[in-house]
Design a protein around this ligand. Sequence first.
Ligand SMILES: NC(=O)c1ccc[n+]([C@@H]2O[C@H](COP(=O)([O-])OP(=O)(O)OC[C@H]3O[C@@H](n4cnc5c(N)ncnc54)[C@H](OP(=O)(O)O)[C@@H]3O)[C@@H](O)[C@H]2O)c1
Length: 252
Amino acid sequence: MKLTGNTIFITGGGSGIGRGLAEAFHNLGNKVIISGRRKKNLQETLIANPGIDAVSLDVTNPIQIREVAANLVRDYPALNVVINNAGIMLPDNADGEVAEELLVSTVSTNLLAPIRVTSAFIEHLKTQPSSAILHVSSVLGFVPLAGTAVYSATKAALHSYSMSQRYRLKDSSVEVLEIAPPWVRTDLMNSREEERAMPLDDFIEQTMVSLETATTEVLVEGAKPMRNNPGPTEHGFVGQFNDMLVGVNKAA
Ligand SMILES: NC(=O)c1ccc[n+]([C@@H]2O[C@H](COP(=O)([O-])OP(=O)(O)OC[C@H]3O[C@@H](n4cnc5c(N)ncnc54)[C@H](OP(=O)(O)O)[C@@H]3O)[C@@H](O)[C@H]2O)c1
C-alpha cells in the first residue's frame, strides 16, 4: 500500500501495536484517527502526537461501530484506510469448560469486530481512488497456542476471512492486507518485558517496510517459520511449539 497521503482509522490505537502503527503513519504525514475504550490511553497518545485525532469506540458494540463509522465518513471524507487492530488474548481451557464470557468477548473483539468495522466502511472505501483494509491477525492463527485456543481460533478465522474478502475485492480500489505479528512486547498477555518477544519498535519498523510492497500478508522475519508451518507436517509442528512454550502456558 502507499504509505503517504492516507486518512487512516485504526481500532485499538491507544496502546501497543496499534499505537505504534498510528505513530509510524502519523510521522509519515498521514492523517490518523485512533480509537479504543480507555480514554486515558487515547489522550496520552494524542498529547504525544499532536495532529492525531481520537474517537471512543468499543468494537464489541455493533451499534456504536455504525455510529462512529458514519461520523468518521462525514468528518473525514478522504478516509481511505481502516486498520482492524483491536484484540484481546486470554488464557482458556480447551481441555475443560470454556468460560462463556471469555468465549463471547474474544470472538466479538477479534473476529466479529473486524468484520463489522469493515462492513461499516466498505461502501465508502470503494468510492476512494485507492484504499486499504488491514487486519491484524497473529502467527497463532497458523500455529495455535493450546493455552489460548479461542484466541488462536479467532485469528485463524480472521486469516480465512481476509482471503475471502481480498478475492471479492480484487477488481475494486480496496486492497486487503493481513498483518500477522509474532510475539511482540506489548501489554497483551503481560508481554511488555518478555525477552523472547520482539521489541515493539523493531516490529513496527519492519512492518512499515513490508507494508509498502505487500499485496497479501505482512510478515516480519520472526513470523515466517510459524506462517510457513501449515501443511502435511502441521500436527507435529503444533506439538513441538506447544511443548516448547508449556512453561508459558502454565504461567498464563
Ligand atoms: N503482542 C503480540 O504478541 C501480538 C502477537 C500477534 C498479534 N497481536 C495482535 O495485535 C493486536 C494489538 O495487540 P497489542 O499486542 O498491541 O496489545 P494491546 O496493547 O493490549 O492492544 C490491544 C488494543 O485493543 C484495544 N481493544 C481491546 N478490546 C477492545 C474493544 N472491545 N473495543 C475497542 N478496542 C479494544 C485496546 O484498547 P482499549 O482496551 O482501550 O479498548 C488496546 O488498545 C491484537 O489484535 C493482537 O491480537 C499481538
